[in-house]
Design a protein around this ligand. Structure first.
Ligand SMILES: *Cc1c(COP(=O)(O)O)cnc(C)c1O
Length: 426
């Protein structure tokens, strides 16, 4: 039986199939290294579960106030242990990544303090949190100022600029690990460590926070291990393993976490309240699966980079580069290609494969965005998804895939779609 014939059921022709299979043959060694990383991180997760004494009772949640919620409190121990923090806050009440970041910032900054981003513009949605774009409830409204030092032209940290920007008001430094919707490189954990070391040599008491979104389990260590005080992320990205239906986390120094807990619920109540309802089993099981899910997503990203680089498109990271997050940017140079790419990803989905994605205004983003996702969890970007703002250079940001075979199908579908519309030639 020729099993590859099943691709024709998806409309993928033999030329596209051959083109893709040839590329995959060259990637075998790289994929092996990714599997080795997944093995290491899987064992790290199991150790954290064991050392935190995760029990059957942890699969059930609480209701109402959520006092003495052993499931919630144990999961927070697991996260702290795994990410090497003194403590962690992991809650379904943290609605998304932006909320987790806003919470970490608002709870650890006070009027008169200054926030510094030494790695250029932060993620789009943080512009409103900070008040770079005027917004209700922003840090700016509370008298917290913001300073930014852009990366140098060679994309390295501008150490001179950073030194000049740090002043007596600088209280917290935010470092975004992943490029997000930008065409700069993502940072390795080691280079984040170097940056933090430099910043602390100038002002030791400054709080260094890392936006860890999309970075978890890509490397064998996380930013708290290289000097960060706080790491922040979303559970509908890497650490939720595709199963977490909601949630965010903050891990790091006890004092930072305590501040965040009092801000999330209320002064006086802090972490003692917050029922975990019925999501706990998925938060545990998702974290357990996350290392191998991230490995599948990474393989998909590398495959996409190799396919589109071979066709002459500018890809970040490039086809050979080491990976520091699961996002793959492909500069498609025209709105038609960006839309066709997203249509191809959507058509490969297990859920909502029959809908056509359209560019739309999104809360938090300053230009129309097209998003393709046929996900089990709405907006989950550890699941196969592609999105891009409709602006120059028409870069698509592709990420996720709960399994590599699904990511592979999505990429082949996007390629076939562009080919069928005459937008590329193999
Ligand atoms: C996704 C993301 C965010 C925001 O998370 P949401 O869950 O979309 O609110 C922030 N920073 C980075 C780097 C991200 O990738």
């Amino acid at each position: 039986m020729d099993r590859s014939m099943i691709y024709t059921d998806f409309g993928i022709d033999s030329e596209t199939l051959r083109f893709c299979e040839n590329i995959l043959n060259e990637l075998k060694e790289r994929f092996e290294k990714i599997d080795e990383m997944a093995e290491f991180n899987q064992l790290k997760v199991i150790r954290a579960f064991q050392e935190s004494r995760v029990s059957e009772a942890c699969m059930y949640g609480s209701t109402g106030y959520g006092y003495n919620d052993i499931a919630r409190d144990t999961l927070e121990k697991v996260y702290a242990n795994l990410f090497k923090g003194e403590d962690a806050l992991v809650r379904p009440q943290i609605t998304c990544g932006t909320h987790a970041l806003a919470l970490a910032l608002m709870s650890n900054l006070r009027p008169g303090d200054e926030l510094l981003s030494p790695v250029g513009k932060p993620y789009d949605t943080l512009e409103e949190v900070i008040g770079i774009r005027p917004s209700k409830g922003s840090l700016k409204e509370y008298g917290i100022t913001y300073r930014q030092v852009d990366l140098r032209d060679d994309k390295y940290f501008d150490k001179e600029g950073i030194k000049k920007a740090i002043n007596e008001k600088t209280k917290l430094v935010t470092i975004q690990r992943s490029k997000g919707y930008q065409t700069r490189p993502s940072f390795s954990v080691d280079s984040i460590g170097e940056l933090i070391g430099y910043i602390k040599s100038i002002k030791p008491e400054v709080i260094c926070m890392v936006d860890n979104c999309y970075g978890e389990f890509v490397e064998d260590k996380e930013p708290l291990e290289v000097g960060a005080d706080m790491i922040v992320g979303s559970l509908i990205k890497n650490p939720g393993g595709g199963l977490a239906p909601i949630g965010g986390y903050i891990a790091g120094k006890s004092e930072c976490i305590e501040n965040a807990a009092y801000r999330l619920s209320s002064p006086g109540l802090g972490r003692e309240v917050g029922a975990s309802l019925s999501v706990m089993k998925d938060l545990y099981q998702g974290l357990f699966l996350a290392p191998t899910v991230v490995a599948g997503a990474l393989k998909g990203a590398i495959f996409a980079a190799n396919v589109y680089e071979r066709l002459g498109f500018f890809v970040i990271p490039d086809s050979k580069e080491e990976r520091h997050d699961i996002i793959q940017a492909v500069t498609l140079k025209s709105p038609e290609r960006l839309i066709a790419f997203c249509e191809g990803i959507q058509a490969a989905a297990p859920v909502d494969s029959f809908v056509t994605p359209e560019p739309w205004a999104m809360p938090g983003y300053d230009s129309d965005v097209i998003m393709a996702a046929g996900a089990f969890i709405q907006g989950s970007s550890i699941e196969l998804s592609a999105d891009g703002p409709l602006r120059e250079p028409y870069a698509v940001y592709f990420q996720g895939g709960l399994t590599f075979p699904h990511a592979k199908l999505g990429i082949m579908n996007s390629l076939q779609r562009m080919k069928d519309k005459g937008l590329i030639k193999l």
